[in-house]
Design a protein. Structure first.
Length: 435
């Protein structure tokens, strides 16, 4: 995490003080359950809460202890004992370190998912607003980067809305999958701790019990979580690249907002660059980079090892913090995006009507021409226009073989731009419902 790409609310989830607070809550809730079962004195459980509930844990002190013990959870428990006193001996009864570490990680990941879901809602709101604003704004659709047929800019935004709606559904599923708790002891057999303790802690921490853990919560859950973040990052980049292409000087159909006093280049005062979109491309690469270690973390030796631990300590905060920043930046980019309908129309007209070639092709076949012959007739009139030699409509009207099938009026009918947009309302209803 670096400040430049970090928002405070997400960063706070991963701060040491937050982590130790969650560790304490796991241990204290477990103590409550143990007390109810008669395993430890009820007074001891009450003392743990009374003395440490509002404590600010001394991170430097815990680090100092860990330098000696070489064990983070023992270092924390030692510091907790310094706060609680003799009753601390009843803390961590029958538990193993992974019970605390894995349950805490899943609490943090669910909290991070909640923030990311709120971020996605901001992206979706911005996309919906701009989609309806440009529902019928004509622009050229491109395949292979080449002019194809007309679309509307609203449809481009609706496509992104649908994509991020799917992203939201996936994240909800990923959050549910990772929201499990394990308080099952060494190798996960509950030999030293009653399963009812796990049930109590899970409910208290907003999780559900892991059906079966070894000594760790299965990492396929985390692999799905980080894979979902990676897919969301790809959706962020897909839209960012779309904006980058549209802002190119030769296209200039849309442009990132350029604020008063903003500078585009240290050398060239005229520059207005798509820096936010380019930034989103870079951030998306980082989020996706954590998918591979998450997948590899699934493979642990026997009931546990800690090969996953070092990777998770970095990727969990970095991936969530980075995606959080990227989604909020994307929402702002969409909300302030400058759109140039006149340039869109100019680009639509750039190929002299060639974007209507399929309509002419189909009209010829409907009048009796074979598809092969119709394709040849249309293409031979299209290629001169492609080279800048004439107007497609006029060339078709002068072609005697075309005129065997179509009158001038019928040819002109195929150049109606509105024809391409007759189902925009239907698509919008599919995407946005009846709103």
């Amino acid at each position: 995490m670096i400040p430049r790409y970090t928002r405070p609310e997400m960063a706070s989830i991963w701060e040491p003080q937050t982590r130790f607070k969650i560790w304490f809550e796991i241990e204290a809730h477990a103590a409550d359950a143990l007390a109810e079962l008669g395993t430890i004195p009820k007074e001891a459980a009450r003392t743990v809460w009374a003395k440490a509930k509002d404590a600010t844990f001394d991170v430097a002190r815990i680090d100092e202890i860990e330098r000696e013990t070489k064990h983070d959870v023992i270092a924390f428990l030692t510091h907790l004992a310094e706060i609680v006193g003799p009753e601390a001996r009843f803390v961590h009864q029958g538990m193993t370190s992974s019970d605390v570490l894995d349950t805490c990680l899943n609490v943090q990941l669910t909290r991070a998912a909640d923030l990311l879901l709120a971020d996605l809602d901001k992206v979706l709101a911005a996309l919906k607003k701009r989609a309806f604003e440009h529902k019928m704004t004509p622009t050229i659709g491109r395949s292979h980067g080449i002019h194809a047929e007309p679309v509307t800019f609203g449809l481009k935004l609706a496509y992104a809305y649908a994509e991020f709606s799917r992203a939201r559904e996936r994240l909800i599923a990923a959050r549910k999958e990772v929201a499990t708790c394990a308080i099952s002891g060494a190798v996960g057999t509950f030999a030293q701790i009653d399963p009812r303790v796990e049930q109590h802690v899970a409910k208290a921490m907003g999780l559900v019990p892991e059906p079966i853990s070894t000594q760790v919560i299965p990492r396929d859950r985390h692999a799905m979580y980080f894979s979902t973040l990676g897919v969301i990052a790809s959706s962020v980049e897909r839209f960012a690249v779309e904006i980058r292409h549209m802002q190119r000087t030769e296209v200039l159909e849309a442009e990132e907002f350029f604020s008063e006093g903003q500078k585009g280049s240290s050398a060239m005062p005229h520059k207005r660059n798509p820096v936010l979109s380019e930034n989103l491309t870079g951030l998306s690469r980082l989020v996706r980079a954590y998918v591979t270690p998450a997948l590899e973390n699934v493979v642990l030796w026997h009931e546990r090892d800690i090969s996953h631990s070092s990777a998770e300590r970095m990727m969990a905060p970095d991936a969530t913090v980075t995606l959080d920043f990227a989604l909020v930046r994307l929402a702002g980019l969409i909300d302030k995006l400058l759109v140039y309908p006149a340039n869109m129309q100019k680009n639509l007209d750039r190929l002299g009507g060639l974007v209507h070639s399929q309509r002419v092709l189909l009209a010829l076949t409907q009048k009796g021409a074979s598809r092969e012959d119709a394709y040849k007739l249309v293409q031979r009139n299209a290629m001169p226009v492609w080279r800048g030699e004439g107007d497609f409509l006029q060339l078709l009207k002068k072609d005697a073989e075309v005129k065997k099938y179509l009158t001038d009026a019928e040819i002109e009918e195929q150049f109606d731009l509105g024809y391409h947009f007759k189902h925009v309302d239907t698509i919008f209803k599919r995407v946005f419902g009846e709103s």
